[in-house]
Write a protein that binds this ligand. Structure first.
Ligand SMILES: Nc1ncnc2c1ncn2[C@@H]1O[C@H](COP(=O)(O)OP(=O)(O)O)[C@@H](O)[C@H]1O
Ligand SMILES: Nc1ccn([C@@H]2O[C@H](COP(=O)(O)OP(=O)(O)O)[C@@H](O)[C@H]2O)c(=O)n1
Length: 427
């Protein structure tokens, strides 16, 4: 996601393309063994030694954005990526032992592990304004530390008076109070993507959050803006806040420089700070932020595919219907060259399985190789892979090439990826 991993991803893609016989980055031509795979393994090992996670988008030689399926892309060359028998998204190699422990592909983490982006910047730099836009486009939950503290005052909590006094003085409320509020809000939410705005504001906030939650941010957004502009915006904000007066504003600037800038420096040093010029218009600021959030969509899309395939393997019709658009079209061998529309054709196979009864006999396992996730825009994505299907009832392993076209839709106010078309053919 960061500059470093993007460069590393480029290197991997180059290595792969050198050993690929056709197009520059065609995953279906990845070597399964031999010198190409060895070269890739070396890349993986060196990444592991450097402690780098292989994640998110990469840019291929033609400039097209591509998502790597976690380490799957690399493991697909070195081995195989398992899609069943364990947690969804767990990776295993079957060809030979790989240095798994040293490589922690972030996309392989359990879906419940929250992905957090901290949004920092001086008071009035536009954090809240941009967070609203990110929520709207990317389905994050926005948690403003300041808003949570103000709500705590209103709720009549025993800490209310202390918090009110601190805010009036532009001082930073003790971490234990703010972190408890954040933890509670995160636990009450049913998502795993959080924008945490106005936090961590000092070293104590930062270190305590890490210690208490074990969460490191994916990255931090730093809205860079000079004091004169901040002052102008805050005096014009007009939200009736007790701290938007010239006396408190000056105190907040001082606290920001003394306590918050060192936190931003910390993230800069570990390569997690993404600095944004916040003096630009709201639209220009959003355009600068927008690409940073694309990899989250790629991860979501990959996870949706993993869950869908697991649903197919286990004969779970409700999962299948949750991820498939009712008007989905498909070309698959069972349809003998015809395009089938809707879910009835596919439902037949789920019902047949249930009717067959014997779970052990019905047991199926898919292993995905050469997965590629390509985001066409923020609401349309393409997932291609080869799927090996093992079936208890037959010793034959079937291999399919599959292409799934996904569309992101808002359902009951929440973004969901829906499979709108797939093409499956015998590999
Ligand atoms: N890019 C921008 N240009 C001009 N004004 C802005 C911009 N972004 C936000 N504002 C305005 O500045 C004020 C502060 O923005 P806000 O998002 O509340 O900042 P923060 O959450 O960082 O305190 C608001 O009145 C907002 O409408
Ligand atoms: N992590 C935090 C965030 C806010 N706060 C308090 O809440 C005030 C308002 O913060 P905010 O994030 O809502 O607003 P801005 O100052 O960024 O405009 C701060 O000046 C602090 O007094 C805090 O103590 N600790």
């Amino acid at each position: 996601m960061g500059g470093r991993s993007r460069l590393v991803n480029r290197a991997i893609l180059r290595t792969l393309s050198q050993h690929s016989s056709s197009s520059s980055s065609s995953p279906s031509t990845l070597p399964a063994s031999g010198s190409g795979a060895n070269a890739v393994r070396e890349e993986v090992k060196s990444l592991g030694r450097a402690g780098g996670a292989i994640l998110g988008s990469a840019v291929d030689e033609s400039g097209a954005r591509k998502a790597q399926w976690g380490a799957g892309w690399v493991f697909a060359a070195a081995g195989l990526v398992g899609m069943s028998g364990g947690a969804v998204g767990s990776l295993h190699t079957q060809a030979e032992e790989e240095p798994k422990a040293s490589i922690v592909p972030e996309v392989a983490r359990p879906a419940s592990k929250p992905r957090v982006v901290f949004v920092l910047g001086g008071p009035g730099s536009g954090k809240g304004t941009q967070c609203a836009k990110i929520v709207d486009s990317y389905g994050f939950v926005h948690l403003s530390a300041g808003d949570l503290l103000r709500a705590e005052i209103k709720s009549g909590s025993p800490d209310g008076t202390m918090i009110q006094n601190m805010i009036k003085e532009g001082k930073i409320v003790p971490s234990s109070v703010t972190i408890n509020l954040l933890k509670k809000a995160m636990a009450e939410s049913n998502t795993d993507k959080f924008l945490i705005d106005g936090f961590p504001r000092n070293e104590e906030n930062r270190a305590d959050f890490e210690k208490v939650t074990g969460i490191l941010p994916e990255f931090i957004l730093f809205f860079d803006c000079p004091e004169t502009e901040l002052e102008r915006r805050l005096l014009g904000r007009n939200e009736g806040r007790v701290d938007d007066n010239i006396e408190t504003i000056r105190k907040r600037f001082k606290v920001f420089i003394e306590s918050s800038l060192p936190v931003i420096d910390h993230y800069e040093k570990i390569g997690k700070a993404r600095k944004i010029d916040a003096t630009k218009s709201r639209e220009e600021v959003f355009n600068a932020i927008d690409p940073l959030f694309r990899p989250f969509l790629e991860t979501d899309l990959q996870r949706a595919t993993e869950v869908l395939l697991k649903g197919i393997d286990s004969g779970d019709l409700s999962t299948y219907e949750r991820f498939c658009d009712p008007g989905m079209t498909a070309f698959e061998p069972e349809a003998s060259g015809h395009l089938v529309k809707g879910l009835d054709f596919h439902r037949f196979y789920f019902n047949k399985k249930v009717a067959g009864g014997n779970e052990a006999e019905n047991f199926r396992q898919s292993t995905v190789t050469s997965p590629v996730v390509t985001l066409l825009d923020s609401n349309v994505g393409l997932v291609t892979y080869t799927r090996l299907v093992q079936d208890r009832s037959s010793s034959e392993v079937k291999a399919y090439n599959e292409t799934r076209l996904w569309q992101r839709k808002k359902v009951n106010g929440q973004f969901e990826w829906k499979n709108v078309h797939f093409h499956r053919s015998l590999a």
